[in-house]
Design a binder for this molecule. Structure first.
Ligand SMILES: NC(=O)C1=CN([C@@H]2O[C@H](COP(=O)(O)OP(=O)(O)OC[C@H]3O[C@@H](n4cnc5c(N)ncnc54)[C@H](O)[C@@H]3O)[C@@H](O)[C@H]2O)C=CC1
Ligand SMILES: N[C@@H](CCC(=O)N[C@@H](CSC=O)C(=O)NCC(=O)O)C(=O)O
Ligand SMILES: [Zn+2]
Ligand SMILES: [Zn+2]
Length: 380
């Protein structure tokens, strides 16, 4: 039993007071976990583009003030009534895609989505009482994605906690909380890329590179990387890309360039930017009759996709993925094992490490074009 069990913890957190405002690292109060909840001491958290997307005011569900962060790892500090699957001292990853294993989504083999806590997490509160566990001098601060990992301590729903192998290095496996599983799973679960396939990847950030790694592992023979930043291409080779295209080097639409170079189009494409025009290009570069395009990128509130219906009538498939289609509590531990067995990369995605106190520098790095993932160390 921890000395803080049942008590409010006062700790550091990076508060987003409003859209486009720098985060403010300050003292927050974190209330004890209620029934069905877990309080986690976050040891390491990365910054994902989706954090920046919400901070920039682009998130339809964005609420302020809030504590962002959703790609992290830590150690259970205490659990609320009825929680039996984890206990204080366990190494865990908070999962924004919950897995209650009871709702109709969880009972379906067709999706990794879960309906139990999503109505609460989309409103920045906990399910049991529709209230927040965070406050600053008594003023409530919203949760984010049911994770809020930009805090030394956070409270999450027990159905959102993946228990890890105690041998897992938290400073590395924190990245298995979002981007890497999303890219790998987009290939393995959502598209189900077969050996010998041709693949096009739009956007060679962490997610796009994980798509490349997943496609290579699936036996794809041609993996075309598309990015407007040529500095990404050398790096992308190490993840499996075999060819590169910079749309800025071509007058024709990028989808035509790809159709011309692949005898009619690719078998699979993945949009990993969040740009609706690129989503159209990604669909239209797919092969007639069977080509499948997966939307991974998160587009700003209000944005919509469009294409000619004829593209679908003639056999192309347009789909999307959330967290790569992985069922979180069940499969994140398996991904950790794959990492420990050197079957998947993690270290290669970490380009920067910073103390938590420098979180705003971490966001600047994200926008700089040279950072894949920056890991924040919460004890610094
Ligand atoms: N669906 C899901 O579950 C998840 C979605 N995401 C989303 O995936 C997207 C990618 O995430 P990250 O890899 O972290 O982002 P990132 O910003 O690191 O990578 C984006 C890449 O796209 C390139 N790019 C930008 N505009 C382009 C254009 N017009 N044409 C070609 N390339 C272009 C950039 O140079 C960069 O290399 C984001 O929208 C993020 O919100 C991230 C994690 C999970
Ligand atoms: N609140 C956003 C939702 C944006 C989105 O699509 N989020 C992804 C994860 S992105 C992680 O980096 C996701 O899993 N969506 C499914 C879900 O249940 O939210 C908006 O409203 O646009
Ligand atoms: Zn993310
Ligand atoms: Zn569920």
């Amino acid at each position: 039993m921890s000395s803080t069990e049942g008590k409010t913890i006062t700790c550091r957190a990076a508060v987003a007071w409003g859209p486009k405002k720098p985060l403010s690292v300050e003292t927050v109060e974190v209330a004890p976990p209620q029934a069905g909840e877990v309080r986690v001491k976050i040891t390491h958290t990365a910054i994902c583009h989706t954090d920046a997307y919400t901070l920039d005011g682009l998130d339809a569900e964005g609420l302020f003030p809030c504590i962002l962060g959703h790609e992290a790892a830590g150690i259970v500090e205490s659990v609320g009534e009825g929680v039996t699957e984890v206990q204080p001292g366990d190494k865990v990853i908070p999962c924004y895609q919950a897995e209650c294993r009871e709702c109709k989504f969880c009972l379906s083999n067709k999706t990794n989505l879960c309906g139990k806590v999503r109505p609460a997490t989309g409103n920045g509160v906990m399910l049991s009482d529709r209230k927040s566990r965070f406050s600053v001098n008594g003023k409530p601060i919203y949760h984010f994605m049911g994770t809020s990992t930009f805090s030394e301590y956070t409270v999450v729903h027990a159905v959102s906690v993946a228990k890890l192998n105690p041998a897992a290095p938290l400073e590395k496996v924190c990245l298995l909380g979002c981007g890497i599983p999303t890219g790998l799973g987009a290939v393995w679960n959502t598209a189900k890329v077969e050996s010998g396939s041709t693949v096009a990847i739009f956007g060679l950030g962490s997610v796009g590179l994980a798509v490349a790694e997943g496609a290579k592992a699936a036996g794809a023979t041609e993996i075309i990387g598309v990015d407007i930043n040529p500095d990404k291409f050398e790096l992308a080779k190490n993840f499996g890309c075999t060819k590169f295209i910079n749309p800025k080097d071509h007058k024709e639409p990028i989808q035509q360039v790809i159709v011309d170079m692949t005898d009619g189009g690719v078998d699979y494409s993945f949009e990993c930017v969040g740009n609706v025009d690129l989503m159209r290009s990604a669909l239209e570069c797919c092969h007639k009759g069977w080509g499948t395009s997966v939307i991974v990128g998160v587009a700003a509130a209000g944005k919509e996709i469009s294409t000619r219906p004829f593209q679908l009538v003639t056999g192309r498939v347009w789909k999307g993925t959330a967290f790569g289609g992985f069922k979180s509590r069940s499969q994140v531990p398996q991904l950790v094992e794959k990492y420990l067995n050197k079957e998947i990369k993690v270290d290669e995605y970490i380009t920067h490490n910073l103390p938590f106190s420098k979180i705003n520098e971490g966001f600047d790095l994200l926008h700089g074009g040279t950072c894949l993932r920056c890991v924040l160390h919460m004890d610094q």
